[in-house]
Design a protein around this ligand. Structure first.
Ligand SMILES: Nc1ncnc2c1ncn2[C@@H]1O[C@H](COP(=O)(O)OP(=O)(O)OP(=O)(O)O)[C@@H](O)[C@H]1O
Ligand SMILES: [Mg+2]
Length: 511
């Protein structure tokens, strides 16, 4: 059975390949209610980890829990250790365990088409377009360890683009071969310009707002309801968490024709007013406008990347050859989002009929052997290395791959970059970073993600020593000739092999 799996910060969605259809799977919680997602949450219960709906329930009962392990993976890397109650694990172990539970849930608690079940799950999975190499590697590794056969890793906006192209086969033509993807999720907003021309798909530009999403909308509703009720409650107070759960549920019931909202504040105990609070949807939407405006700035910047145009979105889009603006992400189910975008963007705005599931469906389409679309991704940021000498007093930034460099397609050989030099020190200390920009002085700038520092023994005498912390010393005479070979695969995982060319001694590191 082939699947598309969108491991979200807030929710995980799974779509199946079912004879040319790509249904989003529904999962049943312990109470028997069905949802078209699994909450991305882990909790500790009796000394072990539980995930998804079980964790949601445990968390309501005050069990220690952790949300958004995906965001942590982006920030800290796979070896970072986290504690949930009495359990301590690495992020890689945590995500692996979560995915094992997901695999079991697909088998036992979902409406997965039974006739296609053959014991093997072949999956196409997604990562954020700006995910760095170690996040891509960890995602692949966790899925594999959890028992999925990963066919391919695709950037989230590319997956949305694939779903758009499948749904609107006539929207794209030779003059308009781009789709702007607007993805408003639970905690983050991402905009991307995806090129769907020819047989290849590629992400041309991305921009995002790290802290903008449906969670903010829940909070705005909570604040509005508290104001109406004349109740003062701070986010640190007891009752705030339950109020947010209530507000999220109310928010998700809002449809195009909803006029009034009722927020039940009874979870506040003695602070609660006698009656539930009634609100006008228009008042709520007025408060949300500035949040959506922030997303438009990021959207303008990805359109500008292709057209140099300013905030006139409709024109910028036309100049960038954009066939349509595709709105995905759970939070854009709120009618205000498409409405506000149409005001600025005109008629080429398409909201996915299933905003939360569009990415998973696009992944399933890509997984379907009959619908193979070549996906070619690009580096969305620069990758380079500081080579440190004399304990960091001397450092030079060497850009290995520039932003915009195309990654190899599936089935192509790896993309390779080589560096050769003669070692001058006993130990090579290489500090890798990814960055949005590089200054004229060739220093990384913009949003910078550091990677683990790699140590390589240049001198034979230190080959078996612990290199971390070892004093870096200049060699008395010329050192060995060294080659650094960088290989990037179709998933965007970068492996560097450092080799002593004189005797062939080598070590490989995954960045
Ligand atoms: N019908 C709906 N109306 C309004 N908001 C909704 C609706 N359905 C889901 N949401 C909101 O969508 C958000 C989750 O979106 P999504 O599943 O796209 O997030 P994610 O991909 O897990 O997170 P992120 O994109 O931040 O990584 C939540 O805030 C949820 O309340
Ligand atoms: Mg998402």
């Amino acid at each position: 059975m082939r699947l598309g799996i969108d491991l979200g910060t807030t929710r995980t969605l799974v779509a199946a390949c079912d004879r040319g259809n790509y249904p989003v799977l529904a999962f049943t919680n312990a109470g028997g209610d069905a949802y078209d997602y699994v909450p991305s949450i882990t909790a500790e219960k009796d000394g072990r980890l539980v995930h998804g709906f079980d964790a949601e329930e445990a968390a309501l009962g005050k069990a220690p829990h952790l949300r958004s392990c995906k965001r942590l993976l982006g920030r800290h890397g796979p070896e970072h250790r986290v504690s949930i109650g009495s359990v301590e694990v690495s992020l890689l172990e945590l995500v692996t365990d979560y995915l094992r539970a997901l695999r079991l849930a697909i088998l036992e608690r979902s409406n997965v088409p039974r006739e296609g079940l053959d014991g093997v799950f072949e999956a196409v999975v997604s990562v954020p377009a700006n995910a760095h190499s170690s996040q891509r590697w960890a995602t692949l590794e966790a899925f594999r360890r959890a028992g999925f056969d990963v066919l391919r890793l695709i950037n989230e906006p590319s997956a949305a683009g694939i779903e758009f192209a499948h749904r609107h086969p006539n929207a794209l033509n030779s003059r308009r071969e781009h789709v702007a993807v607007y993805d408003l999720g639970g905690g983050t907003f991402d905009a991307a310009l995806v090129c769907l021309g020819g047989a290849r798909h590629e992400v041309v530009a991305t921009a995002g707002v790290q802290e903008l999403g449906g969670d903010d909308f829940d909070r705005v509703l909570a604040e509005l309801a508290l104001e109406k009720a004349a109740v003062v409650l701070a986010p640190s107070d007891a009752g705030w968490g339950a109020l947010l759960v209530e507000c999220r549920a109310v928010k998700e019931t809002i449809g195009a024709s909803t006029r009034r909202l009722t927020v039940d504040l009874s979870s506040l105990g003695e602070l609660a007013p006698a009656e539930p609070i009634s609100l006008q949807v228009t008042d709520y939407f007025e408060r949300l406008r500035p949040w959506i405006d922030r997303s438009l700035e990021a959207l303008a910047s990805v359109l500008g990347a292709a057209s140099q145009s300013s905030l006139d979105l409709e024109n910028a889009a036309a100049e960038a050859g954009v066939a349509g603006l595709y709105i995905v992400g759970g939070a854009s189910a709120l009618p205000l989002v498409a409405r506000q975008l149409r005001e600025r963007f005109g008629r080429r705005v398409h909201r996915s009929p299933h905003p939360a599931g569009a990415i998973a469906m696009g992944l399933a389409i890509a997984a379907d052997a009959d619908e193979v679309t070549a996906v070619r991704e690009r580096f969305t940021r620069h990758l380079g290395v500081f080579r440190e000498a004399e304990s960091g007093q001397n450092k030079v930034f060497d850009r290995i791959f520039s932003s915009g460099t195309p990654m190899p397609g599936m089935g192509d050989g790896p993309l390779i970059a080589l560096r050769t030099y003669r070692a001058a020190h006993n130990v090579g200390q290489l500090r890798f970073v990814e960055c949005g920009d590089v200054t004229e002085q060739r220093e990384p700038t913009g949003d910078i993600t550091p990677h683990a520092t790699i140590h390589f023994p240049y001198a034979k005498s230190v080959r078996h020593a612990a290199l971390e912390g070892l004093a870096i010393e200049r060699l008395a005479s010329d050192g060995p000739r060294i080659e650094e070979r960088y290989e990037v695969d179709a998933a965007g995982v970068v492996v560097v092999t450092i080799r002593d060319l004189d005797d062939g001694f080598a070590r490989a590191f995954t960045l």
